[in-house]
Design a binder for this molecule. Structure first.
Ligand code: PBG
Length: 328
């Protein structure tokens, strides 16, 4: 035969045909919007390294959450930027602290129309910027940190979080937080475990977003970008400890890891398209070097295709708006 039986181009000939055979789609319910709320802010403060993203006031946070619910997003993930920090991140436990107050405001605003999630980590709250407390030698003290994480989980659940997201990569964090939540009567508060979280240069813009005080790096607790097998260990530990969802982070440089995790996980898998991924596309687009909208869609599709059930992305609301307008 001079021609192959299959002519794959048949299924690419029109937008309708391509839409019919698309293997993955982007749906608002699969998107989670990360948001920053800043203590004492009178106006939303734009972030230079993340054009279009702001540090919210409590009021503008409420509006963003209401809009996210209106757009049908799956969830919202809150990060707090406190005014005062100390060695042990005390403000994270204060029911009136910026993050807990933000959770309470958002929950009040959206009720059960959207899953309210909160970052459970100390880096925004410590004056040294590490994700845990330090020993006298300046090393991040795993077990002393766990004790605070447990209390932080309870404080967030009490503020109204439906799901907490431990992102500090301490060993045993899921087990300790689960136990603390259960002991306090919060059996229904879910845990989204940042299971395979890599030590990445692509977190750069996030550090501006939370006014991070970090001077060193997180290599003693976040994963080495060279390692694939180790991600399986991290995921299986978190699953054993009771994670309700597992996450891979960052997303785009770790799509192989995401595929591996999606293949073994018996709980839903999430991926976090982080600040640097956002900034790279925005910066290239601002220079006219790539088509912004197409690049955003392609990047999120690739994360879904690699196996993520849900995607945390700073473009969540914008994407949902495009979907609503029939542009996607
Ligand atoms: C830690 C945390 C970080 C991010 C989410 N949670 C920063 C880090 O690990 O240094 C990064 C998110 C992003 O870059 O968009 N609390």
């Amino acid at each position: 035969m001079s021609f192959p039986t299959h002519r794959p181009r048949r299924l690419r000939q029109s937008a309708a045909m391509r839409r019919l055979v698309a293997e993955v789609r982007i749906h608002p319910a699969d998107l989670i919007l990360p948001v920053f709320v800043r203590e004492g802010a009178a106006e939303p403060i734009p972030l230079q390294s993340m054009p279009g993203v702001v540090q919210h006031t409590q009021d503008s946070l409420r509006s963003a959450a209401a809009e996210a619910a209106e757009l049908g997003l799956g969830g919202i993930m809150l990060f707090g930027v406190p005014e005062t920090r100390d060695a042990i991140g005390s403000a994270s436990l204060d029911p009136a602290g910026v993050l807990n107050a933000g959770i309470r405001a958002v929950k009040q605003e959206v009720g059960d129309s959207l899953v309210v999630m909160s970052d459970l980590c100390l880096d925004e709250f410590t004056d040294h910027g590490h994700c845990g407390v330090l020993t006298a030698d300046g090393v991040v003290d795993n077990d002393a940190t766990l004790e605070i994480y447990g209390r932080m989980g309870v404080a967030q659940a009490e503020a109204g979080a439906d799901m907490v997201g431990p992102s500090g990569m301490m060993d045993g964090q899921v087990a300790v937080i689960r136990q603390a939540l259960d002991d306090a009567g919060h059996q229904d508060t879910a845990i989204l475990a940042y299971a395979a979280k890599y030590s990445s240069a692509f977190y750069g813009p996030f550090r501006e977003a939370v006014d991070s005080q970090l001077t060193g790096d997180r290599k003693t607790y976040q994963m080495d970008p060279a390692n694939r097998r180790e991600a399986m260990l991290e995921v299986s530990l978190d699953l054993d400890e009771g994670a309700d969802l597992v996450m891979v982070k960052p997303a785009m440089s770790y799509l192989d890891i995401l595929r591996d995790v999606a293949e073994v996980s018996d709980v839903p898998v999430s991926a976090y398209q982080i600040s640097g991924e956002y900034a790279m596309i925005e910066a290239a687009a601002a220079n006219g070097w790539i088509n912004r909208d197409q690049a955003i869609i392609e990047s999120v599709l690739s994360i879904r295709r690699a196996g993520a059930d849900s995607v945390l992305t700073y473009w969540a609301s914008e994407l949902a708006r495009w979907i609503k307008e029939g542009r996607l």
